[in-house]
Design a protein around this ligand. Structure first.
Ligand code: FMN
Length: 184
């Protein structure tokens, strides 16, 4: 039985889920909600696929089309929040991160791994969010130049575990991820 008072074990559990999410499309951590702030200051949330997770570097990776609103938002305000609910583990993971938008040659390695059938996610015409007259009035060519990797450097992690007695903890990069308990 794990020690419920162990902050390090709590954080280990969260990263286990994040790593699994990046590796396994059947994990509930595969599809976080990803929130940004629009240039007008409005919150915007949407589902994304978690494509990479590195605990040693505190990095999460998301792939996107540079023509989407989230990229406009991130160019303006380069921070984002992730939200993941893991029903079987009864665990909520919330993260905040600073985000770098990577395009061009430096994302060749990631592009090479995108299967041909998925490459059409990058290049929709007209651009995502554009009004169209008929429901299918769009095309999905694959456009390598629209492929972007959002490199998210994690700054804070807030965990809530629902149990007989709930547990909540906050971990901050600047504090070297030591963590502290919070009232849930
Ligand atoms: C299960 C699922 C996974 C998705 N994965 C991604 C993704 O990895 N990257 C992405 O840009 N959009 C992804 N989307 C689409 C976004 O949720 C969103 O509709 C689209 O990116 C436009 O968002 P925006 O206009 O807020 O930028 C996914 C949607 C669903 C339902």
């Amino acid at each position: 039985m794990s020690d419920h008072n162990d902050l390090e074990a709590f954080l280990d559990e969260a990263w286990r889920h994040l790593n699994r999410g990046a590796a396994d499309s059947s994990s509930p951590a595969r599809y976080p909600t990803f929130a940004t702030v629009s240039p007008e200051g409005k919150p915007q949330a949407r589902t994304v696929a978690l494509r990479g997770a590195s605990r040693p570097n505190s990095i999460l990776e998301v792939h996107t089309d540079i023509a989407t609103d989230k990229v406009t938002a991130l160019e303006h305000t380069p921070i984002a929040a992730f939200h993941i609910w893991l029903p079987r583990a009864n665990l909520q993971i919330r993260l905040s991160a600073s985000v770098a938008i990577l395009t061009g040659d430096c994302v060749d390695a990631q592009w090479a791994k995108v299967p041909p059938s998925s490459r059409v996610s990058y290049g929709t015409l007209p651009a995502p969010g554009h009004p169209i007259v008929d429901v299918y009035d769009y095309e999905k060519p694959s456009d390598r130049d629209r492929f972007a990797v959002l490199k998210c450097t994690v700054k804070e992690i807030d965990l809530v575990h629902l149990g007989k007695r709930h547990r909540r903890a906050l971990f901050i990069a600047e504090d070297n991820w030591v963590g502290s308990w919070l009232a849930p």
